[in-house]
Design a protein around this ligand. Structure first.
Ligand code: FMN
Length: 303
């Protein structure tokens, strides 16, 4: 939600363990399509195509923040290609070179449904080429900026055979993690706001939870511990956060839950996580990561 890196410190001060800015594109890109709520479903549909001021503006803010000291914390930079780019892979490479000095990690966003053709970068050949160039850029900037992990953010709408390819390629290329995932273009049968749901765009929030959590579990069993996963999609309570961890998430992100629940959701989730640790006599959440994944992949597909 912070495409232009204006709120980084504010979010860290609220108590998040890390924040992610973006999606940032090399050049400024503006559109005026506003997201809208499916109130009864606690979901949001958005058609925003990387509405952002462009890399120089976000970089200037992150650089000023780095110089200013004060609030510290991990800040990821989520990168994407301009809609009218003639070489999309080159956009990602340039953004890694640009942001390496200020990025805690990179998210390679190839899964927004709102930039026509972007999701095609998840297809095996295109993804293999893209990740080869990206990993090359990650290694080039290492000498100057130190190691910067690169994570791939995928769509929850991949087929399982596409997911086989994506995870296989990510492992082969040495990607540092996968984020599962972005918004869905599907519309679950359970939606109550049927008319609004007919609108085009990416659906997020509670109606996305089951699909995104299932895809997370599917990714976990394929990754076999090669890298950590970030679970995102429909987290709006402590139990939802715990379910994501058990499906395979080492880290969590949320957006739409804040729209409906407000910022109090953050402390609610954190107290529920602490309570879950105490109940299970555990000293760390790490031992819960992925414990339900295999079982979840045997369930019937969420509809
Ligand atoms: C209004 C809106 C704008 C979004 N913009 C981006 C974006 O620029 N880049 C991105 O990777 N994901 C974007 N997302 C997707 C979210 O980061 C997240 O993956 C998705 O909404 C699922 O999580 P949630 O159910 O907690 O919202 C956007 C979501 C919403 C609702």
């Amino acid at each position: 939600m912070d495409r232009n890196a204006e709120l980084t410190n504010a979010f860290l001060r609220l108590g998040f363990g890390f924040v992610e800015i973006g999606t940032v594109t090399p050049r400024r890109q503006i559109d005026n399509l506003r997201p809208f709520r499916l109130e009864a479903d606690e979901g949001v549909i958005n058609r925003l195509g990387f509405n952002n001021e462009g890399a120089p503006a976000a970089l200037a803010r992150l650089a000023a923040r780095a110089r200013g000291g004060g609030v510290t914390g991990i800040t990821g930079v989520n990168i994407g290609a301009n809609r009218d780019s003639t070489d999309r892979a080159e956009d990602y490479v340039r953004l890694i070179e640009t942001f390496a000095p200020v990025a805690g990690y990179f998210t390679v966003n190839v899964s927004s449904p709102n930039t026509p053709g972007l999701r095609d970068l998840q297809q095996a050949n295109a993804l293999d080429d893209l990740l080869a160039r990206i990993v090359d850029a990650r290694e080039r900037v290492r000498a100057r900026s130190g190691p910067t992990p690169v994570l791939l953010k995928i769509a929850p709408d991949l087929t399982l055979s596409e997911l086989d390819d994506v995870v296989g390629i990510a492992r082969k290329r040495g990607i540092d993690g996968i984020i599962v995932g972005n918004t869905t273009v599907t519309r679950p049968a359970s939606l109550r706001e049927r008319e609004k749901a007919k609108e085009q765009g990416g659906l997020s929030g509670r109606p996305l939870f089951k699909l995104a959590t299932r895809m997370l579990a599917e990714t976990f069993v394929r990754a076999e511990g090669a890298f950590p996963l970030i679970g995102v999609g429909g987290i709006d309570s402590g139990p939802a956060a715990i379910a994501k961890i058990k499906a395979g998430a080492t880290l969590l992100q949320l957006y739409t839950g804040l729209v409906f629940r407000g910022i109090g959701l953050l402390s609610e989730i954190k107290s529920d996580l602490v309570a879950a640790l105490k109940r299970g006599h555990r000293s760390s959440l790490a031992s819960m990561v992925g414990v339900d994944a295999a079982e979840m992949t045997a369930e019937s597909w969420p509809s």
